[in-house]
Design a protein around this ligand. Structure first.
Ligand code: 4AD
Ligand code: MG
Length: 430
């Protein structure tokens, strides 16, 4: 019976054939232990010299790392392995040899591994991170589909900038200039006026000269947008959504979390509601924690966010930032127009801002005023203004950065390991 590693529990004490790669091995004179992987998982194959033809045992002993093969054997329960099963190998058929595989079980430097990302993805830790990423994506679709949202795909090539003009990738669009999308938000607002509740999931680009463990040049964002929802309503969606994806990963990725050594007790606490503090309260909290020179009106950096997160064991919303340090489309607080109805959701354990969101300006006159202040004179923004002209309604939305979320849930230090082929300040290879 031909099967895959993730299906072996259906074949206890039966003979199966699996297409695999040899991840690692160790052997003595009488027995060889093969660490086999097929993409769906990892399993140990045991080859006992006394139980197989001599040439099979010699083959098992001499196969090199990353050789591809069909292995045939009997599935046995094995409580010591994370999978719970091992394979008693009967025969081996090599498909293709692998000579001098560059990534050996010894330690390698990060730059070396990044240069070999096309191969590094095969390793156990990277495999676990990508499986968790996949589960976050899967449960995202689940959550929004179950709650009446329509998936809408905004364009990647655009003539407008949602998040300021300094970090744009410029490209030629026949005889006009275009940019790679920084955020689908403006288009998602149009979509919300057509479909009520919508979400997008796609790549976004920021020509940011940042070289931190939280910044990628190309990253993926989930951007929900909801008509007839205010700022407070949006926070409820956000905390329910984040709780849902954490719960899904805890349920579906036990082996992967174990491989990564993730402290799951910390993740088990992630249940809505999440704490909310205002920007003003955050300033106070920072002052109490030794940031004496932080001043009202400044944006927070990574050290500030980490310090704030330390006071909570769940993600925390920081709300009502000064209007001057936020985007042009955010709705001012009617009681206090110098701050806007927005929130950043800060992840626990120092992973930083994972969501940025806000209620949007729905008033045409105020939006026209903002256009003037921000010098949005280009024709490219006219359509966005029209959304305020034809049946404008209160609406809110947010963007969750997938890679920062994967980093936090997986417990890995740097976002470069949370995307298959990271685009970093100095890296376009492989
Ligand atoms: O806070 P940002 O810039 O918000 C927006 O783009 C809004 N238009 C979203 C919306 O309301 N629809 O980005 C949202 C999130 C951040 O909280 C962060 O998680 C992630 O996107 N992000 C990055 N992730 C990796 N590398 C970067 N350079 C990132 N920039 C933002
Ligand atoms: Mg932000």
């Amino acid at each position: 019976m031909k099967t895959t590693i993730d299906q072996v529990s259906k074949y206890i004490d039966q003979e199966v054939t699996i297409g695999v790669w040899l991840a690692n091995k160790r052997s003595s004179g009488k027995i060889a232990f093969l660490q086999l992987r097929d993409g769906s998982g990892f399993i140990q194959g045991v080859v006992v010299k006394a139980e197989v033809p001599e040439e099979t045992f010699q083959l098992a002993k001499n196969m090199t790392q990353e050789t591809s093969l069909y292995v045939t054997g009997v599935v046995k329960e094995d409580t010591r392995s994370p999978l719970g099963y091992e394979l008693q190998v009967k025969s081996i058929e090599v498909i293709s040899e692998s000579v001098d595989y560059p990534i050996t079980p010894k330690e390698h430097g990060t730059e070396f591994l990044m240069d070999h990302r096309h191969l590094w993805l095969r390793s156990k830790k990277q495999h676990a991170i990508m499986k968790i990423r996949n589960e976050i994506i899967r449960s995202t679709y689940d959550f929004f589909n179950n709650n009446g949202y329509v998936k809408i795909d905004p364009p990647i090539l655009t003539g407008s900038a949602a998040e300021g003009t300094t970090e744009l990738f410029h490209t030629q669009y026949f005889d006009e200039e275009a940019y790679l999308s920084q955020s689908g938000q403006l288009y998602m607002e149009a979509a919300a006026m057509a479909f009520g509740k919508v979400f997008s999931f796609g790549p976004t680009f920021r020509a940011e000269k940042s070289k931190t463990r939280r910044h990628l040049i190309e990253f993926w964002m989930i951007e929900p947008e909801m008509a007839f929802m205010d700022h407070e309503d949006s926070l409820v969606v956000q905390e329910q959504y984040v709780s849902y994806i954490v719960k899904s990963v805890l349920e579906k990725c036990k082996i992967e979390l174990d491989t990564l050594g993730r402290d799951v007790e910390k993740l088990e606490k992630i249940q809505a509601p999440f704490p909310r503090i205002t920007y003003d309260e955050a300033i106070e909290l920072l002052k109490e924690n030794g940031f004496d020179d932080v001043e009202w009106g400044e944006d927070f950096g990574a050290p500030h966010e980490t310090a704030i997160a330390k006071s909570f064991d769940k993600p925390v919303f920081i709300t009502h930032y000064p209007a001057d340090i936020k985007a042009f489309y955010m709705k001012p607080d009617p009681d206090r127009p110098e701050v806007v109805l927005c929130a950043d959701l800060i992840a626990p354990e120092g992973y930083g801002e994972m969501i940025g969101g806000s209620q949007r300006i729905d008033d045409l006159e105020l939006m026209e005023k903002r256009y003037k202040e921000h010098n949005l004179t280009s024709d490219a923004y006219q359509w966005y203004l029209e959304l305020r002209k034809y049946g404008s309604v209160p609406h809110s939305g947010f963007g969750l950065g997938l890679e920062r979320t994967v980093a936090w849930i997986s417990g890995v230090d740097h976002v470069r390991e949370t995307i298959p082929f990271p685009r970093l300040l100095n890296r376009l290879y492989p």
